[in-house]
Structures are given as C-alpha cells and as structure tokens.
Ligand binder design. Sequence first.
Ligand SMILES: [Zn+2]
Length: 372
Amino acid sequence: MKTSDHLPTCSSTKTNITILIILLAVASIMPFNRVIAQNSNNFTIGTTEAKPGEKVTGSLSVEAGIDEATFIPFTIINGAKPGPTLTLVAGIHGTEYVPIITAQKLAQQINPYEISGTLLIIQIANIPSFQERAVYYNPIDRKNQNRVFPGKKDGTISERIAYTLKTEIMHKSDYYIDMHGGEVNEQIVDYVYYCANSPKPDICRKSKMLAHAIGNKYLIPDDYNAYSDSMMSEYSEVEAFRQGAAAISLEWGDRGIVKSEEVEAALQGLKNVMMSIGMLEGTPVMNDHPVYLVNEQSVESAHDGILYTFVERGQYLIQGTRIGYTTDYWGNMLEEYLAPISGVVIAVKVAPSIKQGETVFRIGEPRANADE
Ligand SMILES: [Zn+2]
C-alpha cells in the first residue's frame, strides 16, 4: 500500500532530520568555541570585567570631593572575536535625549557573538544634569561638562566626571563618538565635528572615516592643530583624540524631542560605523556627498532678557537677514540679531530665556567639498 510503502521512507527522513538537527546544533556551537579562542582579552572598566563573548553592565564611581558623588552607567559588549574598541558616549549634556535613548537601545540590541572587538556604551555621562533636566550646566557646580576636559581629580563634579572619562575610558578606545543633540531650548541640525588636520594624520584619517560613515547630512571639519598641547582640550572628543582615539562628536535631534525615526536613523548610523571599522559584518554605506559647513560664525546675546527668533535649523540665509531680537523683561528692545554671513543655520535658540554671553545663533557656509 502506498501508505506502508512510504513508511520506511518517512522513517528514514525523520532519522535524517534528527541527524541534521544534531549536526546543526554541533555546528552552531563550534564557531562559538572557535571564535572564543580568537579573542582572549577580557575588557575591564573600573571594577567591571567582561570576558570575550559577554555583555556586562556596570557603573563607574565618581567619588565625592569638594561637592557630591555621582556615577556613570555603562555597558561593555566584549565581542567573541578580536577587533577594535569603539566607545559611544551619550548624556554629556542632560537634555540631549535622542543619543541617550539610542545608546540604551543599541546596548540592548548588540549580541557579543555578532561583533569583532569591544563596544563600550556610556548611556549617560552626566547623571546630575539628566536627573535635573538641566540645560548646558551641571546643576551642582554650574559648569558646562563639555568645556572642562581633561578635568581634574580633585576638581568640582563636572571636572571629576571628565577626569574619570579620561582616565578610565578614553585611552582604552580606538574609536570614540561623543553623541550630542539639541537641548530643550534649541534647534540644531544633525552635524558631525571631525578631525580635518592634526599632527597625527593616521588617527585624523580614521576620524574623518567615522564622520563619513555615521550618515549625518552636515559635516564640520575641525582643525585639531588649533588645539596646542598647552591648551585645555575642553571638548570630550578633542581629549579622546589626544588620548589616542579616532574621535568625532555629533548632534542628533533637537529641542529634546525623541522621535522614533530619528532614534532608528541613529541606530543605523552607529551600526554602519561598526561595519566601517570591521566590528560588524556587512558592507557600510559611506556618505560620499555630505554638506560641509565651513567658516562657522556665531552670534551672542549682549544682554539678559527675553529672546525672539524667526529662523529654522537648516534654513539658508542671506547675510544681513534679521534672525531675532532680545527685549528686557518689560518688552523694551535691547538688541537685534542679523545673519553675519550667508549660510546654513546650524543652531538657533528657540526658548525665550536668554542670558548675556550665551550663543543665540550659529551659521556656516555650505560646501560640496571640505577643501574648497
Ligand atoms: Zn551637547
């Protein structure tokens, strides 16, 4: 009978399937054993250690000094295969939420068995500013976290956070991306600062490569020769560069708004960077035609007062265009602001609160080539 005729065949197929499943199971284990043997380096931050193939969370202590203590949360994803170390830092500023959410999601998504090398993710570098939703300045010492690098071991809390990042994180990084965005009071375009010139051409070239892999529309070349060794680096990515990492800083999102499509684009950009440095398998898509912004100019407020602005991020303005004004608290005009050059609006304050000396507006000239 057909049915019984088929029985031996079915039975032998089942046996074959069982053997196949066992073979597949063995095969799926074998590459793990093989790749674990390839990366023998444990990765340690503070007292937290990740073995090859492990994803471990931890936090760095910033001990109390002349002001209170804090901590820096992080995830180490130590790849099963050897490769470079990529460090991502979010939350240097407290209300830059797209990078903070992106960092948390990426840490959850990446499997250590998928990567070559080590991915170190700092979800929030500046916990006091995040907790207080504090714009620009740490609420404890009133300092801008991204103007105090390399920091001081015995300084105020912002300086001790910077010192901790420098001594525990930066020198262990081959690549370093400092992720910022528009704080709750500002519009800003998605741009990248990268190394365009430096006495370290090899690391500089890698910084440039990161900038073209991340996918942001606007790139701003930065001349690292301008930071002499006797100067403070001030900025996180400049300090990381000095510590030997190919470093960039970038902006994602504005006004503190978290749009899911912006987080998704940021995640794709970071995964593309991981491909470009050989950390993740796949062919990276390089942004060969970004808009370079050069000759950046900024306009500062000469007064405390109430700010009105009329322009949008990314808008092209002709030199002399009226971009806003500040009144006193009773509504009397104090000063007007005009575009100092023709160019693209990089950033503009949109909250009415403005203080003397704060930047109201930034503009840059667009170029098709960085060297024009
Ligand atoms: Zn920032």
